[in-house]
Design a protein around this ligand. Sequence first.
Ligand code: NAI
Ligand code: MG
Length: 348
Amino acid sequence: MIYTLINLFLFMYDVTVIPGDGIGPEVTEAALYVLEATSMQFKFHEARAGNACYNDTGTTLPDETIKMAKNSDATLFGAVTTVPSQKSAIITLRKELNLYANLRPIKSYTGVKSMYDDLDLLIVRENTEGLYSGIEEYTEYGATALRVITKKASERITKVAFQQAIKQGKTRVTAVHKANVLKKTDGVFRKTFWKVAEEYKNVDDYKNIIADEVYVDAAAMFLVTNPHRFQVMVTTNLFGDILSDEGAGLVGGLGMAPSANIGDDNGLFEPVHGSAPDIAGKGVANPAAMILSSCLMLQFLGEHQDAFKMEQALIRVLKGRVSTTPDMGGTATTMEMAQLVREYFEES
Ligand code: NAI
Ligand code: MG
């Protein structure tokens, strides 16, 4: 009895859940259904953000949502429909929670139509500055955006890339930039990357990792022609956004692409896709990206065994094909696919 109580106490996680708009609530429901089968106790706190939230409350991101996310162990974020005239809920959340690293795994799975069947690389994207600094203004001739690159942000994102390489058993970290043209901003990014890489050469754990660099335009091409040359790519905000969607395209599209937003003391996990208004309400959204995002959350919480088991259960469903959603060539609904993932998870 006492152990049960201790167990309950130890393994209770507070998770803020932001379903959002469109297919956001559909894939969130599916992921929560699978998460409920894990060995941990979760307390899910639902919070609002996005377009419907704006229509009801006048803001795309209420203060209560930010506060709740700050006080939770982790946040799950479905997807929101952008309100063009308003601040972006997800970009604001990343900033408010200081989630400076965006981790986007690019992995191929058997049964999923991909350009390559054995890809496993990680894109580490700086999440707080660059061209997404949000500092834009109209000028007499059009408009300008300020590309902010700091040594501090470049250093911490490079460190995350090396740490992730160690965690995932990878041996190469590649900086992606355009320092030949963006001499000052990417000059700072590049110089900082090499400073960290040099320091790590003297650290036991890191000394076998090869550091190198590729210009972003060439990187975009290599991702298609020779993606195996990459293991961990680290880059600035906009380049990372574009390259990771390209990466998602290599391994089965947006329905398969998860992401983690990590800071020093918080994490937010979300599929790369948006609210997909074209298929919303039809029950056919692929829940894989959201389930894989939940796996990333479990890893972040240190629950590696359940994370592994959940990914394996999903892999089994993908291999079977029939019980996947139409975008994967199957005939299942979002919840039917989630049910089978849960069933396989419980069997394992
Ligand atoms: P999207 O990612 O919502 O959809 C692009 C295409 O992929 C659509 O054809 C959609 O049906 C398909 N798709 C996306 N997720 C899928 C899934 N799970 N299963 C099957 N098919 C899927 O991008 P789009 O259409 O450009 O944007 C729609 C809205 O979402 C916009 O308001 C956009 O601003 C917003 N958005 C929000 C994001 C977020 O919440 N983090 C990220 C990207 C876009
Ligand atoms: Mg994107």
